[in-house]
Design a protein around this ligand. Sequence first.
Ligand code: GLV
Ligand code: GLV
Length: 324
Amino acid sequence: RIMKVFVSRRLPPEGQKLLAQAENCTIQQWESDDPVPRAELLKGVAGAHGLFCLLSDSIDKELLDTAGPNLKVISTLSVGFDHLAMDEIKKRGIRVGYTPDVLTEATAELSVALLLATCRRLPEAIQEVKSGGWKSWTPMWMCGYGLSNSTVGIIGLGRIGMAIAQRLKPFGVKKFLYTGRRPRPECAAGVNAEYVSHEKLTEDSDFVIVSCSLTPETEGLCNKDFFSRMKKTSVFVNISRGSVVNQEDLYQALVTGQIAAAGLDVTTPEPLPTNHPLLNLKNCVILPHIGSATYSTRNTMAVLAVNNLLKGLAGEEMPSELKI
Ligand code: GLV
Ligand code: GLV
């Protein structure tokens, strides 16, 4: 039986190679580096047995209805799955593959880079060099906040949050705090992290790092009230999903000096419009959602996601099936 598969983007080369070897499939692919237009995505999934998608594709009820009853497997090139309407997907008995673990190290590394760039003001400092703002070595010029002796609060001590903590520990962090749905003593022990309330985490941390998944509970979690409890000298970093943050409230917190600085690898929307007010703030460092973007990690993710798709279509166990 020949199965129809729609692939919503050109894949990293290793994934593309594996896809080309797929048997018993006719593959239709949006062969571009630009996102597939919604209408083309809907056309592509109609009658499909398998769908390979990205986090920028919204896999909602309309799409699932358009796909119809053939659809058995969805494979996403991401660890996050907030773009998938999981209730609707489960109702239809569709299996889902995703890419946990393989991107943990690259994402944690980028998180550390973003945190350091933000707290030590690297983009601003580089700009000063280029613009002639660098006049002399000046005692209090371009000062920021360092990790040594600090308290770091991590919202969501999952695989990525834990990998961030492990990487920050050698910088001399004094204490780790964390929040989440439940305490995770088995993880937390390695960095001696203490499970606390959001109130205590925001009040006591010098650095707050968001590495939780986006769920109804975490949507808008970082709001006015949240930022108002943070120290004026504290630095906020988000590497999870833009919607965990109320961006208006973050903007106000940065403009009024309620917090010192913010580093964001994720925003709402993505891409962030180039005239967005946050981009005018010197104390806000924004990256274009590149947490997992190393050559090797993106290739590994693509291979895993193609294997998830093909194993799923064959009715076999997937290397990484999402079970929630
Ligand atoms: C990236 O944000 C991912 O979910 O893989
Ligand atoms: C979240 O995506 C995690 O793996 O920690």
